[in-house]
Design a protein around this ligand. Sequence first.
Ligand code: BGC
Length: 886
Amino acid sequence: MLRVEKILFNYAERLQGTEDFPVVGWQIQSDRNHVIQKSWRLQVSEDAGFAEPVYDSQRVESAQSQHIHLREIALMPSRRYFVRVKISDNDGECSEWSQAAEFVSGLPAECWQGKFISAEEPADKVISKGTLLRNQLHLAKLEDIASVFVHASALGIYQLYCNGRKVGNDELTPGWTSYDHQLLYQTYDLTPLVKAGDNVLGASIGAGWYKGDMSFNRYRNYYGERTAFICQVVINYKDGTRQLWGTDEHWQSSYSPVLFSEIYDGEIYDARLEQPGWNMAEFDAGKWRAVSVIDADLTVLRAQGDATVQQIETIAPVSFFTTPKGERVIDFGQNLTGWVAFSVKGRAGDKVVLRHFEVLDAQGNVYLANLRSAKQRIEYTLKGAAEEHYHPRFTFQGFRYVKIESWPGEFSLSQVTAVVIHSQMRQTGEFVCSNPDLNQLHHNILWGLKGNFVDVPTDCPQRDERLGWTGDAQIFCRTASYLMQTRNFFAKWLADLRYDQTPEGAVPHVVPDILTGKSDNDLNLANGGTVAAAAWADAAVINPWTMYLMYGDRETLRQQYASMKGWVDFMRNHAVDNQWRYKLQFGDWVALDAREGSYFGATPDDLICMAYFALSTLLFAKAAKALGEEDDYQHYFALHQAIVESFQREFFTATGRLAVRTQTAHILALYFNLVPEAYRAKTVAGLMELLAEHDGHLVTGFVGTPYFCHALSENGQVDAAWQLLLKDDFPSWLYQVKAGATTIWEHWDGVKPDGTMWSPDMNSFNHYAYGAIGEWLYRAAAGINTREDEPGFKHSILRPLPGGGLEWLKARYSSVYGDICVHWQQEAQTVTLEVDIPANTRSTLILDGAQTLLDANGIAFAPMDGGYSAEVGSGHYRAIFQRENR
Ligand code: BGC
């Protein structure tokens, strides 16, 4: 049975707002092996029954089932579209029409008639109070109406209501972007919420990233001084006409019960100030104030159709206890990002005060010091109703524990739940094996992602930072893209990176960039030290390249092409003999071979700068090739060769020794292929020696750590890679696991073996960077990889590396084509391998280290250097082999 399943629009299953016809892809199911699509046909319709399709591709002879561009189809703004697909395969089988998938079109900037309106006065610029906005929309009768959509955005954060009900499931909209260049608007279907007669649209507004108090430098009003809201309602009538209605000077405003809200500091809410029914038609808004129309640029409005922040899951508390100091603490058992939702009873004026934090100190008391200036505090004043329910809406906290500073009456655990928020993305990775510690490590990596993919890829979610540090996002990008469908999340952020790049091509340390021009009080960052750090700025190249590899996404490559080139050219323009340097470098950040108390690892900046210059230049050359930019390819490929030669001249001795004796230097040289082939064995031996000097432990930082296991396993040291991964004493990944971590720590020595902690000035317990080892779990241990010339797992390479004494390992990666599964079991030297390969893809199956094939199940394996390999099509396969002694 041949079936078309899961139609994707711009790589998402649900797209709410797009101005261009989205890139389409679909997945295929079949009960046969070796299925290749022969032809496809696609219809687009405005009615679910496809009575009158607006587009019919007719039969297209093509194997392409992803990345299909139908840009020629012009979209009407604010409409729902249905798409269905049917295909035939290489066996002559034809599918039925797929189930219809749907998306909603957005509203291009030139169609907006709504105006930005504000409830704030100029004097409000120094405070972060909440405001409310409302207006009434009269709809004579519903029978004539086909659909009603609303497109909305804000300078600040908005929550939108229609007739008393919240519109959509999104939180913290419109999210955080480089607002002066792109301000996202969200699209919602109002059809089920409107009624005949008077309807009320109401918006509740908070300061958010737009005008709030941000960065460790603690500046406010980065983007503006007054919050504002804009929306455009589009009423589509059945006769084909449409009516527009939106924000204008006729709206009314009021302050809200939110007395204070800040991303880092939390929220103060006085329920006594609530105005029941404020967002419903019956409400008397006679005392409400007029609004001010704000003169803001509408041309920066862009549709956000996917990856909005939402409430994703809830977690019940596991215990409530009193610390030795007498503090009352709730433990949720998981370090997470979001907020506490609670219900409470009491008298009007009673207060709930909560402080959120990550860890207890060595004595078991509340530890707030590592939050630095972030207060993470919620204050709720009761109105005295029978039961009151509350959660904050304009802030979020990073926490596992909550200290109760005030609670009226008896507290019971049933009154609180933790709500986990993050950008909504499909989970694509699953990993489970016979080693429970590794499973916990995988869990911690996943929760590092959940905690830090809150609209922007942040370094951490708890202290006064939560910034889009480019280095962290670069290091973790590939791991994140195994774990979840990150394409739209990163495409959005990369657009900001592009916008915030300097005219010279330098990439800021944080994106959106709120450090440049606002860091003069910071010794390191002052005087232009906010851009162009090796490994950080390289996000400009590595992240789009990763989108291409993981999803076959040429769109993002194309969109970022000039930005990628700009960054490579920046390095070249600052280089002498291919060595470049620029103001502040972070080096091998927080490596353990740093001088006591320093954050800067021992590997010299020169080496790291040059190694990344080589890598980014090579990846850019490859990107040029993928996009058919042949001249650029030739040019940058040659530049890469020259950089490698300079690196070798500079850092290798005449006898083939790598002159910089650090683990990270060796890792980069090996992993980035900067080693003269004749010296490879010597370099590997050098790395093994450096590992032995630390009794098999790593002392690497942000730069060396992600590649350590790869540098070993790709150079004949698979066992050493496993040993490194499975170390569980200090310092190691599993040391944290053994210490009870539920997310990844910023420092190997966040909590030291003697129970003392790294200095509170920089000690996050939810920092995903070292979680970059996740890539090794999927790509090496499970062996799920893609070919670069057929990216997006169109042609996968499955080369698992059984080892580490594990009995078994199972991993699943949901590629855009469908699920790829690997399951291996090992007993002594015998390995049983089972794999699943999705329809319309092929795979190179490699049995690493196989000496004897015990059962090939009809797969035509051929011997290769160090094992066996076979080319296979889609289907389920099983092989048993005897492995050589490693
Ligand atoms: C962040 C890091 C970041 C670094 C730059 C820190 O404050 O938390 O993760 O990459 O600064 O070196």
